[in-house]
Design a protein around this ligand. Structure first.
Ligand code: HEM
Length: 149
């Protein structure tokens, strides 16, 4: 079982600057896993150094974190949220499923750095468990959706 209440407590802190926190995560993803940049039509031809001040990155960070917040707030009853994400990321954006593991690992790292007060050991454990479950559910949906890379 995931401790969704603990996760939501940290998420309230994340929401104090949802776009800024989403932006930090996206930039860290692109920095630590440069191959992911090719998946973003809006960013793929822009050097990483210029993306730090790119308004579209912040806007997309907000979009991603809004959707992830919607998942977190379901406290485990997120099947329809994940189905919607899987459908667009399979068919429209064509994102291989292992990228969800990359981004959720980056999120864990960024939160531990930015929110040391909230990301206690139990909170880190709760996020880690929840993200593993979410990634594995997405992988199942990708299999059902017949994802072809
Ligand atoms: C926490 C995991 C993620 C969440 C919650 C998320 C959420 C979203 C949402 C809400 C959208 C816009 C609506 C839609 O098309 O569904 C979107 C678009 C997109 N996502 Fe994700 N996403 C995640 C992970 C990723 C990853 C790991 C990649 C690639 C490495 C990715 C690539 C894209 C692309 C390319 C778009 C279209 C962007 C554009 O407007 O140009 N996403 N995502």
């Amino acid at each position: 079982m995931c401790d969704w209440d603990l996760i939501n407590k940290v998420w309230a802190k994340v929401e104090e600057d949802l776009a800024g926190n989403g932006q930090t995560v996206l930039l860290r993803l692109l920095e630590e896993h440069p191959e992911t940049k090719a998946h973003f039509p809006k960013f793929k031809d822009i050097p990483l150094g210029q993306l730090t001040s790119n308004a579209d990155v912040k806007t997309h960070g907000n979009t991603v974190f809004k959707a992830l917040g919607d998942v977190v707030k379901q406290k485990g009853k997120h099947a329809s949220n994940l189905q919607a994400l899987a459908t667009t990321h399979i068919n429209k954006h064509k994102i291989p499923p292992q990228n969800f593991t990359l981004i959720t690992n980056v999120i864990l790292k960024v939160f531990a750095e930015k929110f040391p007060g909230e990301m206690t050991a139990p909170a880190q454990e709760a996020f880690s468990k929840a993200f593993k479950a979410i990634c594995s559910e997405l992988e199942d949906l990708y299999k059902k959706g017949g994802f072809q890379s």
